[in-house]
Design a binder for this molecule. Structure first.
Ligand code: HEC
Length: 232
């Protein structure tokens, strides 16, 4: 038995030494454009899923149907998340295409609310997903969780109208006075989608605040040396 234990320990020590040697030669790729091998990918995905699942198990999900909260969520999503997680009809962006692990396309599938809340609040290590809880209070994070439940059902016009009707980037950090916000009547911006969108965009034009600019529905474009146009 003792010889068996010694054998196992020697084998483990040998494997650890080989692993350390491989690491020290610099052979482990950290390039974002070289995917993990399938076993490593599966292991990391399992670790992430188990970790988030156990953290999220104790989270009580509040009601997610408050229209004003969903609209605030839309403004914050457009300002802080859409470049990575996309918006209806946008297709990939440079960030979504270049990041590894790739940000999930949240415009097509709604995440589980409790898990989404935990991930938005704490972020995911060694991925592009930031911990938004360092700058935003829980209420604003729940607004985005609520918005994410609606997003996959939104047309591009619905989305832009909801963002335009929002206060833009707002999370109680002194960047905007939420108390002053009078939400637009619920039906105004959903009736006749395309026209409603233009009207809502105009409604924001005179505001001239950096927040309003950050969610302007017509994103700035830039042109690459190869002549390709990109919208952000
Ligand atoms: C710089 C890019 C980037 C930004 C900005 C970003 N995320 Fe993420 N997000 C990611 C990446 C990458 C992942 C996947 C991480 C992983 O799989 O390990 C992720 C994962 C998520 C997930 C988990 C989705 C799922 O189905 O597993 C949610 C929810 C999420 N982000 C919400 C948000 C919200 C809300 C915002 C804005 C407040 C945001 N993210 C901003 C990159 C980003």
């Amino acid at each position: 038995m003792n010889r068996f234990v010694m054998g196992v320990m020697t084998t483990l020590a040998g494997l650890a030494a080989i692993g350390a040697g491989v690491v020290m030669t610099g052979a482990v790729s950290v390039a974002a454009d070289e995917p993990h091998s399938e076993p490593v990918h599966q292991l990391l995905a399992l670790a992430r899923s188990r970790a988030v699942g156990s953290e999220a198990a104790d989270i009580d999900v509040p009601p997610l149907d408050d229209a004003a909260g969903i609209r605030r969520g839309a403004g914050n999503y457009a300002a802080m998340c859409a470049t990575c997680h996309l918006q209806p009809g946008s297709g990939p962006t440079e960030l979504s295409a270049g990041l590894y692990p790739a940000p999930p396309d949240l415009s097509t599938a709604a995440p589980d609310p409790a898990r989404a809340f935990w991930i938005i609040k704490h972020g995911i290590k060694a991925s592009g997903m930031p911990a938004w809880g360092t700058s935003m209070s829980d209420a604003y994070l729940w607004d985005m969780v609520a918005f994410l439940q609606r997003l996959p059902a939104m047309s591009p016009e619905d989305y832009l109208a909801e963002v335009a009707a929002s206060d833009g980037h707002a999370h109680g950090g002194g960047e905007h006075m939420m108390e002053d916000h009078q939400p637009v009547a619920e039906d105004d911006h959903h009736a006749g989608a395309p026209g409603a969108h233009d009207g809502a965009a105009d409604h924001h034009a005179p505001a001239q605040s950096p927040q309003a600019a950050a969610v302007a529905p017509a994103p700035p474009t830039h042109i690459h040396p190869d002549g390709k146009r990109h919208e952000h």
